[in-house]
Design a protein around this ligand. Structure first.
Ligand code: BV8
Ligand code: ZN
Length: 262
């Protein structure tokens, strides 16, 4: 395994001039890359959307078990629905930032690019990423707990009741994955395969605390991928990073892009 490079903000003169750190340069010389990006709430912070575990994040104000579990929805459906409806309005009012746009620019620039996200805000799609794997579902969709029908969140919010009801009388819920719920099988299987085959694995804006999503970083590192972590703070999986860019994803992703997809 190549040596770990712990980097804070010490930008060498070469880097400032635009050339990549030596370990990354060596990897880039090996030829076409299979690239995987794993994003978390920190990527959308620069778009004005709250993260979960930062000091000003959702979990600083609420307990996850009160809002992001099936039990919470069963006992206080109107509170859970209200929280997701507010986050849906915030997400639709937000705009993709330079980090989302940079990742979208990487489409068709590598042997393969797999965008995997824990985010449910839909900003990758709006930035132009063709098919992000949404491991935790999407705020932009609702589904019926009785007949399983899917509908756009915007439409669901016009249905009667709080939470709104489906035509069949069933209760509608946000189409997101709560704690204790299984991730979508196909998205997770594709993400796992991509991580195991990755040459370059870019982790942007995640605390790496939620599994099985965070486990993808371990899969990639074990398979020999060059791991780049973009986060102003270290995480439990920082030791697996070959390169850490300690800053905002909105700035560090374009900087990384100048090195890997000039
Ligand atoms: C499951 C709903 C099984 C959607 C969320 C193994 C070990 C330990 C625990 C478990 C395990 N396996 C399963 C578990 C239990 C649990 C879990 O992981 N618990 C943890 C907390 C201990 N996992 C589950 O329950 C999962 N389900 O495994 O089911 C199963 C199998 C079969 C059948 C039945 C069941 C489900 C996990 C999904 C839960 N849903 N939310 C929503 O409302 O959004 S979790 C929530 O956390 C969000 O989805 C979010 O995406 C996710 C991860 O958070 P992050 O995105 O990382 O955000 P966070 O705030 O934490 O961090 C932000 C980071 O950004 C910070 O590091 C910060 O420094 C950085 N940052 C800030 N600003 C910037 C920045 N970075 C860059 N630029 C910036 N500007
Ligand atoms: Zn229904």
């Amino acid at each position: 395994m190549s040596e770990r490079v712990e980097r804070q903000n010490d930008r060498s003169v070469a880097e400032e001039a635009g050339s990549p750190p030596p370990q990354l340069a060596a990897r880039l010389q090996r030829g076409p890359l299979h690239v995987v990006v794993l994003s978390g709430a920190g990527l959308s912070a620069a778009s004005g959307l709250a993260t979960f575990r930062d000091a000003d994040g959702h979990w600083a104000r609420y307990r996850p078990q009160d809002l992001a579990t099936p039990e919470a929805f069963a006992t206080r459906p109107e509170v859970v629905w209200g929280w997701y409806a507010a986050r849906f309005r915030a997400a639709t009012a937000a705009a993709p930032n330079a980090g989302h746009l940079e990742i979208a620019r990487w489409e068709d620039r590598f042997a393969s690019l797999t965008v995997v996200t824990q985010n449910v805000d839909g900003l990758h799609q709006r930035a132009g990423s063709r098919e992000p794997l949404e491991l935790h579902g999407s705020l932009l969709r609702a589904r019926c707990t009785r007949c399983g029908r899917y509908l756009a969140m915007a439409e669901a919010m016009t249905c009667p009741g709080t939470p709104p009801c489906c035509d069949c009388g069933g209760r509608l819920r946000p189409d997101v994955v709560w704690f204790g719920e299984a991730l979508p099988y196909d998205a997770l299987a594709r993400a796992d395969r991509a991580a195991a085959a990755a040459d370059l694995f870019v982790v942007a804006g995640t605390s790496a605390e939620v599994y099985p999503a965070a486990g993808l970083i371990e899969v990639a590192a074990r398979a020999g991928a060059f791991v780049v972590e973009i986060n102003p703070r270290t995480t439990p999986l920082s030791p697996l990073a070959n390169l850490r860019l300690a800053g905002s994803a909105a700035e560090e992703l374009p900087r990384l892009g100048r090195w890997i997809a000039p």
